[in-house]
Design a protein around this ligand. Structure first.
Ligand SMILES: *[C@@H]1O[C@H](CO)[C@@H](O)[C@H](O)[C@H]1NC(C)=O
Ligand SMILES: *[C@@H]1O[C@H](CO)[C@@H](O)[C@H](O)[C@H]1NC(C)=O
Ligand SMILES: *[C@@H]1O[C@H](CO)[C@@H](O)[C@H](O)[C@H]1NC(C)=O
Ligand SMILES: [Zn+2]
Length: 285
């Protein structure tokens, strides 16, 4: 099972962020913390009154859509290529890094603003909702906020004996190492663990800080701040000793153990943030 997943992961093209497991877990954490009226509001937009997984079910949709003719324009919306110099210096500069075709910071702001506007039609609102949910996960993926080696896609590494790249290891292999699988049920188990850490564990006293300053009318600033935090992880955790050392040895052992805490934190934090963002959107109607 594990090696099959790895083989698939190794052949994936760039920019898959978190795989479905990570995106679904962000959405499931958010599902736990949204207000009842937010739940009704997004169920209506998403046309899903029955499933408890109404957010998780659409959390990875954007990664398929960007490969269709209709959604191709959204390809660069999934990341921001920070032109910094890790591990010496990490930073995201919106003017320098966002690019002419848009980036995850501008796109998440755009679709948040669009959701608050009443003149969109049903289909446009549904797309905007799916994109806000998805990009909230991408912003929390450190390698989506980094340009170096195409967000780590060109850093060849070994994971559990299989050749792959750094982007896949952070997006797929480490999440799967945390949960021991990649199914929706594994996402539920992971989300349950993170939700308890938020409600009664080590994250409890942090949540207020996580969502400080969140406002729908200043949303690009908020997205930029969150992207900077993710980018900072590149210098402090993901490649704190540079990219070269990651290319020797196997990342499945010590590196994965060291990165698990950061991956857990990013998924929990961005799930909680997504809940509060969705609350703010629904309250701004
Ligand atoms: C979902 O339920 C709400 C409230 O009961 C209702 O107004 C709405 O039409 C329903 N939407 C769908 C897609 O069934
Ligand atoms: C905002 O989203 C709309 C709808 O997809 C798109 O046409 C527009 O170009 C986007 N604007 C920006 C600044 O990304
Ligand atoms: C995954 O497996 C490890 C080792 O067997 C175990 O310690 C851990 O609790 C499991 N994780 C989950 C989420 O079940
Ligand atoms: Zn994505």
């Amino acid at each position: 099972m594990a090696s099959k997943v790895l083989l698939i992961a190794a052949t994936l093209p760039r920019v898959l962020a978190w795989g479905p497991l990570g995106h679904e877990t962000v959405a499931l954490v958010a599902t736990e913390f949204v207000l009842p009226e937010t739940r009704a509001f997004f169920r209506e937009i998403l046309g899903d009154n029955s499933s408890t997984d109404y957010l998780a079910a659409v959390a990875s949709w954007a990664d398929d859509w960007k490969r269709t003719d209709e959604g191709a324009f959204s390809y660069t919306y999934h990341f921001i290529d920070a032109l910094d110099e890790p591990p010496t210096s990490c930073n995201v500069d919106i003017e320098r890094d966002c690019g002419e075709t848009g980036c995850v910071v501008s796109a998440r702001a755009n679709y948040t603003t669009r959701l608050v506007q009443s003149e969109l039609n049903r289909e446009e609102r549904e797309i905007a909702a799916k994109l806000v949910i998805h990009f909230s996960g991408d912003i929390g993926q450190p390698l989506h906020c980094e340009n170096l080696a195409r967000g780590g896609n060109d850093i060849t590494v070994t994971f559990d004996g299989e050749a792959t790249n750094l982007h896949s290891v952070l997006g797929y292999n480490i999440p799967e190492a945390i949960t021991n699988g990649s199914t929706r049920a594994d996402a539920h188990a992971w989300a349950a663990y993170l939700i308890s850490a938020i409600k009664a564990g080590p994250y409890r006293c942090k949540t207020r800080n996580w969502v400080a300053g969140l406002r729908v009318d200043d949303i690009e600033d908020v997205a930029l701040r969150w992207a900077r935090e993710s980018n900072e992880d590149i210098c402090t955790v993901v490649m704190q000793d540079g990219a070269e050392v990651l290319e020797v040895g196997d990342l499945a052992g010590e590196h994965t153990e060291e990165a698990k805490g950061t991956v857990n934190l990013q998924i929990a934090k961005h799930g909680y943030r997504l809940a509060k963002l969705l609350d703010a959107i629904s309250q701004a109607q």
